[in-house]
Design a protein around this ligand. Structure first.
Ligand code: ADP
Length: 261
């Protein structure tokens, strides 16, 4: 979480550092509510970082800023050395392609079969041929344990299966970063484990960077390289999961974990 502002080339906004995600002094307000207040935040490539903390502490806002679903009021956001904010529309579109997100609600296209749900964006946005996109989609369906569901419609699948299709759909765009926002919150309890197992596999077998907001603390403990505890838009404590869950230093972290564990 160190701040090093000297390694930036002011003209281009390009960075010499290795960080995949970098927030510098990012402030986000909703009306009078300052949700993030000069946040500095870094994620290194290939790392799995989990954001924990009470509801309303700004975790989802960070993911939404990265998805450009919201814009900061101040500060800069850089992804893989390229500016996401502030930047021209064309650059934002390019940088956005490096980021995939899975939401609480899976939002699959109900009128398209599973395979088509996954191939649509790679064909229309990345310009892949339909054959290439289908080959990749079948590999991804295999990865999420749904190789036999290519021809199903979303409405014929369980919530857990739909979420696994949504994960495959995000990965089909070959993002550098996968953002996961409470991906199991809308699921019936018995379907949660299957989705988390798929994500554990992805974390273990790919080099994708993950930034995850979750209340599933066992999952966070398993997959995270780093856990960040948020309170009122600030990181109040950060560290490897063993220490964060085993021996948290901050009183707020202890309180939060004792309430959720
Ligand atoms: P968390 O993910 O930690 O629960 P959020 O990032 O969702 O927190 O929300 C942080 C704060 O920002 C909350 O007070 C929430 O009410 C507010 N907020 C988030 N999105 C909006 C919005 N679109 N309009 C107004 N307030 C918002």
């Amino acid at each position: 979480m160190s701040v090093d502002t000297d390694n930036q080339t002011p003209d281009t906004g390009h960075l010499r550092t290795q960080e995949l995600i970098r927030f510098d002094k990012v402030t986000k307000r909703f009306g009078d509510n300052t949700v993030l207040d000069g946040l500095d935040f870094r994620v290194e490539p290939g790392k799995h970082v989990t954001l924990i903390g009470p509801s309303g502490s700004g975790k989802t806002t960070i993911l939404r800023l990265l998805m450009t679903l919201a814009k900061p009021d101040e500060g800069t956001i850089t992804v893989a050395g390229e500016r996401l904010f502030p930047a021209e529309e064309k650059q934002i579109r390019e940088v956005r392609k490096k980021i995939g997100m899975v939401f609480q609600q899976f939002n699959l296209f109900p009128n398209m079969k599973v395979l088509r749900n996954i191939t649509e964006a790679p064909v229309t946005v990345l310009g892949l041929s339909r054959d290439e996109a289908e080959e990749r989609a079948r590999e991804l369906l295999d990865l999420v344990g749904l190789a036999d569901k290519c021809d199903a419609y979303p409405g014929q699948l369980s919530g857990g299966q739909q979420q696994r299709v949504a994960i495959a759909r995000a990965l089909a765009m070959r993002p550098r970063v996968l953002l996961l926002d409470e991906v199991t919150s809308a699921l019936d309890p018995e379907l949660v484990a299957g989705v988390l197992d798929v994500l554990r596999d992805i974390a273990r077998t790919t080099d994708i960077t993950m930034l995850c907001v979750t209340h599933e603390m066992n999952f966070a403990r398993d997959i995270s390289d780093q856990v960040l505890m948020f309170d009122s838009g600030h990181v109040i404590e950060a560290g490897p999961p063993e220490r964060m869950f085993g021996d948290p230093e901050h009183e707020r972290t202890r309180e939060f974990l004792s309430a959720v564990l």
